[in-house]
Design a protein around this ligand. Structure first.
Ligand code: BJ8
Length: 428
């Protein structure tokens, strides 16, 4: 085992608090991920990446910066990683999925703010995240109100660039968003002191599209029934996709998909039998948040699809590569990203249509809508999703939770009741 304490110290990490955090992660990983039976061999790479989450990948970031390049942190799937990569940078997702330093964060934020925002600030204040400490720039966005205000606070601690994400998708919203894409490109040029050319943008688009294609290939394999991969392993891969090297990750996902295709042909599955198929929809589940996915899968069902930003919302739709020049490439990037259907938009009918389509394509038995407590966009939109699912006759369960384990018993009871009901309906 390599000792990374000197590297963490250089980054300004609070070593004692960080050691405490690193003690908690392995048992969590064991309980939620490694304890699953029949996992494909290709998951070994992702287990390794997770085991080195604050080690080897951070070392790569440090070396990248030593070579004169930049690291940029993001908090939302609307931020185009292509522009960061085109500037020779590394893009890392920074949303936190574990409760850290909540009391400290509550000195600056109200108690009733979503766990994702509170924990992200907690990680920064407690100095336990080597990712955020490795960043030359943080890119925030005007999505939900909590995030907007959180980024103002973060701006007092580190350089922050804010992208204005519109809240509607009318023509003038598109115009604004295209301008924001150009403004972001200029910020990257200003920061690196280098002009970003057409070739760099084209190459970055291709690289990220390849990653998306690999993730979509994996999603296609999740249509298998009985399943060839668990929802938890698919979620883990999506979470890792936010910070791993894109080319290496693409290769490893494709190798895993080759293995899963072989498994499918040979009739090898995880668990060996049909199980109720659940679509998880709602707020993102940032690493290491596996709580709800684990409860669903240890209750006898499989998460067959995730309509979340740590799921298909992250990689659905490619950037159109066919474009005459830089301006057209930037328009294509803008168009692809504005085609993400987050609940901060109004109206957001496209998200509901997407969920309906996924229910059909993935032969879904029930939808579990997951909202983080105090997340207004998803909590309110859940009512529209529920109404639509009722119309379609799709069983629906609404869950509102946070990062604590206090409600595990109550969540388990509700999830088990849903799975039992779906199982009985299937037998009838
Ligand atoms: S595109 S889902 S990553 S905004 S959970 S912080 S919405 S109060 S994370 Fe999101 Fe971008 Fe949308 Fe995706 Fe606010 Fe809700 Fe908290 Fe949220």
């Amino acid at each position: 085992m390599t000792d990374y304490h000197d590297m963490w110290k250089e980054l300004g990490i609070d070593l004692d608090a960080h050691d405490g955090l690193l003690e908690v992660l392995p048992p969590m990983y064991e309980e939620n991920i490694l304890s699953q039976e029949g996992r494909p061999g290709g998951m070994e790479y992702f287990d390794f990446v997770f085991s080195e989450v604050h080690g080897l990948r951070i070392k790569e970031l440090v070396e990248h910066r030593e070579a004169g390049a930049v690291v940029v942190g993001t908090f939302c799937t609307y931020v185009p990683e292509e522009l960061i990569i085109a500037a020779g940078g590394i893009c890392v997702g920074l949303c936190a999925g574990a409760q850290v330093a909540a009391e400290e964060a509550e000195k600056y934020l109200p108690r009733n703010i979503c766990a994702l925002i509170k924990s992200s600030l907690g990680f920064k204040l407690a100095k336990v995240c080597p990712y955020i400490e490795s960043c030359d720039l943080l890119v925030g966005e005007t999505t939900c109100d909590g995030k907007k205000k959180y980024f103002e606070m973060l701006g007092e601690l580190q350089p922050v660039h804010i992208m204005e994400v519109p809240q509607m998708k009318l023509e003038h919203d598109r115009d604004l968003w295209r301008k924001e894409i150009r403004r972001m490109l200029e910020r990257m040029e200003e920061m690196t002191g280098k002009k970003i050319g057409e070739k760099q943008i084209r190459d970055a688009i291709r690289l990220v599209n390849e990653k998306r294609k690999a993730l979509l290939r994996l999603e296609e394999l999740r249509k298998s029934d009985p399943p060839v991969i668990s929802g938890r392993d698919a979620l883990l891969i999506d979470q890792i996709a936010f910070y791993d090297d894109p080319a290496r990750l693409t290769e490893k996902i494709n190798a895993l998909c080759d293995e899963l295709e072989e498994r499918k042909k040979a009739g090898v599955s995880i668990g060996g039998a049909h199980r109720p198929r659940i679509l998880l929809s709602g707020c993102p589940m940032a690493l290491p948040n596996w709580k709800v996915a684990t409860l669903i899968e240890t209750s006898g069902a499989v998460v067959a699809m995730d309509e979340m930003c740590t799921g298909i919302r992250y990689f659905d739709n490619l950037v159109e590569e066919d474009a005459a020049d830089t301006e057209a490439l930037l328009d294509n990037i803008a168009d692809r990203y504005l085609n993400i259907h987050c609940a901060i938009f109004t109206p957001n009918r496209e998200r509901i249509e997407h969920i309906k389509q996924l229910v059909e394509d993935y032969d879904i038995d029930a939808v579990v809508h997951y909202s983080l407590q105090f997340c207004d966009p998803y909590t309110v939109e859940a009512f529209s999703v529920q109404r639509e699912m009722e119309k379609e006759g799709v069983p629906f369960l609404y869950l509102e939770t946070d990062y604590s384990s206090e409600d595990t018993g109550q969540l388990t009871t509700r999830i088990q009741a849903l799975i039992e009901m779906v199982g009985c309906a299937e037998k009838a």
